[in-house]
Design a binder for this molecule. Sequence first.
Ligand code: UDP
Length: 484
Amino acid sequence: MTSQQVARLREVDVQALDAARLEPLVGTERMAEFERVVEAAQTSLAGRSVLNVNSTAAGGGVAEMLQTLLAYARGAGVDARWIVIEGDPAFFAITKRIHNGLYGAPGDGGELGEPERRHYEQVLRRNADELLALVRPGDVVLIHDPQPAGLAAALKRAGARVVWRCHVGVDEPNEWSERAWEFLRPYLADVDAMVVSRASFAPSWADPSRVHVIPPSIDPFSAKNEPMSGRNVRLTLSYVGLLDGAAPQPAIPFNRRDGSPGRINRRVDVLQTGPPAPPGTPLVVQVSRWDRMKDMAGVMEGFAHHVDPSLGAHLLLCGPAVTGVADDPEAAEVLDECMGIWRRLPHATRSRIHLACTPMADPDEAASIVNAIQRHAAVVVQKSLAEGFGLTVAEAMWKERPIVASAVGGIVDQIDDGVHGLLVGDPADLRGFGSAVEALLADPAEATRVARNARERAVTEFLGDRHLRQYGRLFEELAKADGG
Ligand code: UDP
């Protein structure tokens, strides 16, 4: 985008869903509590809109969550809306650097100085011109992550209550995280509230009275998480090319977020030596964006060198098609690196490792394919080097899968080691990672035990009613602070 161009904001269509469908899972008492909070929030919002602003409509945890959470809010009578900002490649290179920085990593190693600040502000000014036309005084605007953070001041001036929701964070601050926070700091001076997934993720200079800890959630009825028969799981995986077996044109159904039925039509782009894994093969699976912090390469090395081949397992690394995630300029590079490592492995090892890119043209279909992959997994891994809160971890917990994950960031709030899965203390410890995977592959009874505990915890802590209840309370607080 040049300085002359005006950004074209995209408003994502948000459906309305009745959260009452969660009641069979969470019980009547919890549902009644949810309704009480919703009513109070409606009063404090007094007909105002809740606008969510982020930088992509698909790919990654934020888009995943907004898709259904906003639908429940809308179903509860809140005018929840979702606006996606626009940027050019230079803008997204800068914001990815900030994103990596907040995870304590250098990213592409580029600068975050005055020229970067100028470009960041210039792109956001173009977006602000359009966005302000949609905002009325008293509206609540939830700004998600670093990309749109620089819009906060303009929104405040327009009379909105502004909340910055940061989905990332690092356990131990370092020079990279400090640098990224210094870049963001001036933009966050006036926000009414800052929401983080863990208390330790808030920057040291944030006013503690404005920091709110709200962990994310998953929707058990979305195409990503809805129940799926074992038969449909197998049919899906062989149809898309991830399991061996005849797969002519089965009509594998899924439910779209607008309630209409869909059917799987597209195949996955897979890099493998020959045929896909035979249906009975235990699959170790990591589903993640092609992002260095997810360490897909480390998963591959850990599996290749530290998981005993006699256990018969295959590894499936699955990420979105690299053209599908607009705000992620590193994805193609990371995928290339993984393919390079894969090609250098001995043939016998390589034949047990599959790299897959899910088609992103139809987000509900993509979600349904991921649903089948996660449900089929013998072990789900999330070997992140840093993590805000692993939605993939919560998804696997909900699906009652045994999990091996790094003990980093929000993951340690999701999994107690040995109770809801196995944690690897040092995310760089490939041997420890391999042993944990082996332990679950070799001991089905133990795998079943931790998976059951995981499912129970997912229901208690990671569903949308809990999440929306916390937001409802936050809106009440903001209204009180405003005297509204
Ligand atoms: N995801 C997906 N397809 C992929 C890879 C990831 O749908 O090929 C989804 C995944 O199921 C999860 C989200 O993207 O819902 C990732 O969220 P998470 O919190 O794990 O990580 P983030 O991408 O936000 O860093």
